[in-house]
Design a protein around this ligand. Sequence first.
Ligand SMILES: [Fe+2]
Length: 220
Amino acid sequence: MTLDLDISHACAVTDISVDAALEGMSILITSAIDRNIPARTTHSQRVATLAASIAEELNLSLKEVERIYLAGLFHDFGKLFLPSNVLIKREPLSEDDWSFIQLHPQLGATFLEHVPPFHDLAKDVLHHHERIDGRGYPRRLSGEDIPIGARIIAVAESFDAMTALDSYRTSLQQDIAGDILIQDSGTQFDGGVVQALLAVLDRRRPHVRSTLEANINAKR
Ligand SMILES: [Fe+2]
């Protein structure tokens, strides 16, 4: 068995000073959540990094950005307590399977809220599957009743699930995934958070932007 996980990175988001020991321990723990997915970086790490970038884009305070980064790492912590045959199932999930899966936000939050310094993360973890229209789980919160960290993680997680090469589904191009998130703004996702994600992606692809700008300038 080869283990090819890249878990040695430091915080990938500039200006964040999450304590190195706390971050390292968090990455080690949360790598176990993604143990069934072979990849160089894990879903949890990618969601954490993207969520922190979105939080920065929304001008949240450094303290909030750091909290959202860690909550992103731990968002699926509750899956550690679910049967792995449900988590790795490739066939359509049964009603019972879904009942198990939908326990994971509450399970994760219940453990985190009792353990300092992680208790600040519990609310974002608990509500990361709520929907803006109130049809999510576990509490059916809607709009701004959903904590901002949870709204950000929901967008980052969905984007990563659609685009990751290690996804069980065929991965989508980032532009197509962005269009899906825009379509679902105001129902599943917070539209402002989706716009912030698109701005982050635009900045991550300077070559695309510089090509577009060069084309525009050439036409002037
Ligand atoms: Fe989740």
